[in-house]
Design a protein around this ligand. Structure first.
Ligand SMILES: Nc1ncnc2c1ncn2[C@@H]1O[C@H](COP(=O)(O)OP(=O)(O)OP(=O)(O)O)[C@@H](O)[C@H]1O
Ligand SMILES: [Mg+2]
Length: 265
């Protein structure tokens, strides 16, 4: 695709947030969050339900307006350059019931046109993805008739087909079958070699541990931790632990067994 204005410098971080906050009435979804991510990094965004992960992703995209703070995506400022940001970013939303009235291929065609893809390239990319994700032959069916995983695959294709430089993936793998999940995981890692940056919000800790270069843990809108697995182990003072135990300690939910005992009394 052709990028219209502003060229991208390879030195600039992929993402820079300074003191970003967002409240919904009296709920603080993002609390004074500062974060910098380099190009080519794969960041696992973890946090309990309601921690603010999806709000953060939507704020980066310009879909949610922050109350304060500044956001830079590649060379672009949010919200001033939101249109350019959307051209350079691939976004898989957590939920989407939009476009159910289209067929898979109609939706992907439409998405490719929005990204101003060249027609032949668009067709080629769509066909490659449909084949890889086992959707070949189903692209002419209405999205409303797809299974949950099939709908997610269509959203993933629409996020990746225009070769974006930053991927914002909100729980992209939770409904995918193992082979498709493996393809997407490998793809993210391969793209990282080409300097494509990924932020992946997930509750599947094995994915975060296996795929991500750094892990961010959000809790009540704050960034509790951001680092490699080794750095998180140090921060949690748990030198030999896996991500699940570290996550539970940092988010204050170590007393799981006690809770279970209460519930089964
Ligand atoms: N549009 C909205 N209106 C009001 N409150 C909202 C809105 N969007 C998010 N919130 C609130 O902001 C907080 C953060 O929500 P968010 O969806 O970002 O969490 P999350 O970390 O993505 O959670 P999950 O793991 O369940 O997906 C929650 O308390 C939620 O209720
Ligand atoms: Mg969410």
């Amino acid at each position: 695709m052709q990028y219209t204005t502003k060229t991208i410098s390879s030195q600039a971080p992929a993402l820079q947030l300074k003191s970003v906050s967002k409240k919904f009435n009296d709920i603080t979804a993002i609390d004074n969050l500062t974060l910098e991510i380099k190009k080519g990094e794969i960041i696992g965004l973890l946090g309990p339900n309601g921690a603010g992960k999806s709000t953060l992703i939507k704020t980066i995209l310009g879909l949610v307006k922050p109350d304060s703070g500044s956001i830079k995506v590649l060379e672009f400022s949010v919200p001033q350059d939101t249109v350019l940001v959307k051209q350079h970013v691939g976004y898989v939303p957590e939920h989407s019931s939009a476009y159910e009235f289209l067929t898979g291929i109609e939706f992907l065609d439409f998405a490719g046109d929005i990204f101003q893809m060249e027609q032949e390239e668009k067709k080629k990319r769509i066909n490659e993805f449909l084949k890889a994700l086992n959707l070949e032959g189903r692209e002419g069916d209405m999205i409303s008739s797809y299974s949950g995983g099939m709908k997610k695959k269509i959203l993933i294709i629409s996020a990746l087909m225009h070769k974006p430089e930053l991927l914002l993936l909100d729980e992209p793998l939770n409904t995918l079958d193992p082979k498709s999940a493996r393809i997407i995981k490998n793809l993210i890692q391969q793209l990282s070699q080409q300097n494509v940056t990924t932020i992946i919000a997930t509750h599947i800790l094995e994915i975060a541990e296996a795929v991500c270069s750094r892990i961010a843990i959000m809790y009540e809108g704050k960034l509790l931790a951001l680092g490699t697995m080794d750095e998180l182990r140090q921060q949690a003072k748990m030198p030999n632990s896996g991500l699940e135990d570290i996550f539970l300690k940092l988010t204050g939910t170590e007393d799981v067994q006690l809770l279970v005992e209460e519930l089964t009394k």
